[in-house]
Design a protein around this ligand. Structure first.
Ligand code: NI
Length: 254
């Protein structure tokens, strides 16, 4: 079994979402929100499919535009047992640093919700790794699990996150020819620190880079890890599946 711990399956992303889901039969997907307006869509997917779980949250790109109602809606949806995490949330200074303080406030508010409802944190961090680290260290309760979605920091920072109990989401970037940093991280650290993700429809792994991504492509990420670490492919799936089940307390009946 494979678990794609982070993907987006919005009707806006795919013409035929059901076909994409069918390609992951007997495997598990954790669908993440990219926008507060997608919460209902995610709940519906979770209700319709045993092998789909969800994480919901308000992404930093909405820091200036989210409403109080969005937060109320988010909090009430967290009571659904198939919503296993809050995310993707975090900090993104790539396009603007001007609203840093507003981004931090939204991030902290949602970490407090994770603490309150015992949900796993799924973190988006772009050009903001130090601030992300400091906020997680200060505000996350010790028992709350946390993943760095599509980790893109240094090996040194990865080790600091791991000390906080954080697990790294590894996706298609690992297969890119010019990517060195992530390969070094995967080669250096133990398998217990990794979960697999596609971030579909984005970040398609080789050999399909340039095409639209889908959760079934998770196998190419697993194959690359197998090659880099010299561990059997089936063993990579087995370990990362166990890591993901533990990370999200998944109640899988598959
Ligand atoms: Ni994503």
């Amino acid at each position: 079994m494979m678990i794609d711990t982070h993907c987006h399956l919005s009707k806006e992303d795919y013409e035929d979402v059901e076909k994409i889901i069918k390609n992951m039969e007997n495997n598990i997907m954790i669908v993440s929100t990219a926008s507060p307006s997608e919460i209902d869509e995610i709940i519906e997917l979770c209700n319709q499919h045993d092998n789909i779980f969800g994480t919901i949250g308000i992404h930093p790109e909405f820091a200036d535009t989210y409403t109080k109602e969005d937060l109320v809606k988010l909090e009430s949806a967290l009571k659904n047992p198939k919503i296993v995490g809050i995310g993707e949330i975090g900090l993104d200074y790539h396009y603007t640093k001007e609203n840093k303080e507003i981004q931090k406030e939204l991030f902290i508010t949602q970490i407090k919700l994770a603490n309150k409802y015992n949900k796993t944190l799924v973190i988006h961090s772009r050009d903001a790794i130090e601030d992300t680290y400091n906020i997680i260290r200060e505000y996350k309760n010790e028992n709350i699990k946390c993943n760095m979605h599509c980790y893109s920091g240094s090996l040194e920072m990865a080790k600091k996150f791991i000390k906080l109990g954080v697990v790294l989401g590894i996706g298609g970037v690992l297969t890119f020819k010019n990517e060195k940093k992530l390969k070094e991280i995967v080669s250096s650290l133990d398998m217990e620190n990794f979960i697999l993700e596609t971030d579909s429809p984005y970040l398609t792994p080789e050999p399909f880079r340039g095409h639209k991504n889908e959760p079934a492509n998770i196998k190419y990420v697993a194959a690359k890890i197998s090659q880099l670490k010299g561990i059997e492919y089936t063993k990579v799936l087995e370990i990362t599946t166990q890591n993901a089940i533990r990370q999200f307390d998944l109640n899988t009946k598959l």
